[in-house]
Design a protein around this ligand. Structure first.
Ligand code: IPD
Ligand code: CA
Ligand code: CA
Length: 261
């Protein structure tokens, strides 16, 4: 039997509870696609509802922890060491277009380091979770990064910069190198799940420029606990701070990072 810590149980409980409303809203969005007004405002409201539900659950369980929430920003806690880092809806563009690929992500950052994470994909009921020193799991199954060693066999996930995102030219240069060297690139549209998929061995690697802490806090600990590596694209900064991230299995992280330089 897998023993989950109290914090993991709090994070999973919050994610499952908030996901119920999110699933109902996803059904509604499908109806709204064909309406004149479109689902834009409705999705913004749904996003805020999820965040509110998560915030209530996390604060109830750990009143002193700080919070960093995508929509509400930083809320300082009495406890200066522990902070929940929350993306209530990762994959908003997918959600908005009724593409069934999105997640709720909750990371726990202690003294600047991600030490626990939960990424919940409600449509597949996959609860990806990890805690420092305890391993990474999806539901009750242990995760391990893929064993592929050859770049030509690798599938690499990425995020393509869109309107207003930084460094599109740099990205195109990277894309050209990676597409010529691997067996495929995927743009799934939810960075939290991209990292969870690296942890689960579904992809050999992932990179993206310009991410935010809530996109990666939970995913970093998942990949690391599954035996993979996550670093800053330029190799010097903390990826949580720079937001320029490269992740990979133990064989391909280094060559992928070198290719992206
Ligand atoms: C976005 C997704 C997407 C990534 C973007 C993120 P959001 O988050 O994770 O995959 O490419 O950089 O901003 O806006 O859906 O929470
Ligand atoms: Ca996000
Ligand atoms: Ca989001």
């Amino acid at each position: 039997m897998i023993v989950k810590s109290a914090n993991i149980n709090v994070m999973m409980g919050a994610a499952r509870k908030a996901a119920r409303g999110l699933l109902r809203d996803f059904g509604e969005v499908e109806q709204l696609q064909v309406s004149q007004k479109g689902p834009g405002d409705f999705v913004t409201a749904a996003d805020h509802r999820v965040e509110k539900a998560l915030r209530a659950e996390l604060t109830k369980a750990r009143p002193d922890y700080g919070l960093l929430l995508e929509e509400s920003g930083h809320i300082e806690g009495k406890d200066p060491h522990n902070m929940w880092v929350v993306d209530p809806l990762d994959g908003t563009t997918n959600f908005l277009h009724s593409i069934p690929h999105f997640a709720i992500s909750i990371g726990l950052v202690r003294n600047g380091e991600p030490i626990a994470g939960v990424i919940y994909q409600p449509l597949t009921d996959e609860m990806f979770w990890a805690e420092k020193g305890s391993g990474a799991f999806v539901n009750d199954r242990r995760l391990r990064v893929s064993a592929r060693r050859k770049m030509e066999e690798a599938v690499i996930a990425t995020g393509i910069p869109h309107q207003g995102r930084p460094q599109p030219k740099r990205f195109l240069g990277q894309l050209e190198k990676v597409m010529g060297a691997t067996s495929g690139i995927r743009r799934f549209g939810a960075a939290t799940l991209d990292l969870a998929y690296v942890a689960a061995g579904r992809c050999e690697g992932f990179w993206e420029i310009g991410l935010q802490p809530w996109d990666i806090a939970a995913g970093i600990i998942l990949v690391r606990e599954a035996g993979g590596y996550v670093s800053d694209l330029d190799g010097n900064a903390n990826p949580l701070e720079s937001g320029n991230v490269v992740a990979g299995n133990d064989h391909l992280h280094a060559p992928l990072a070198a290719m992206l330089k």
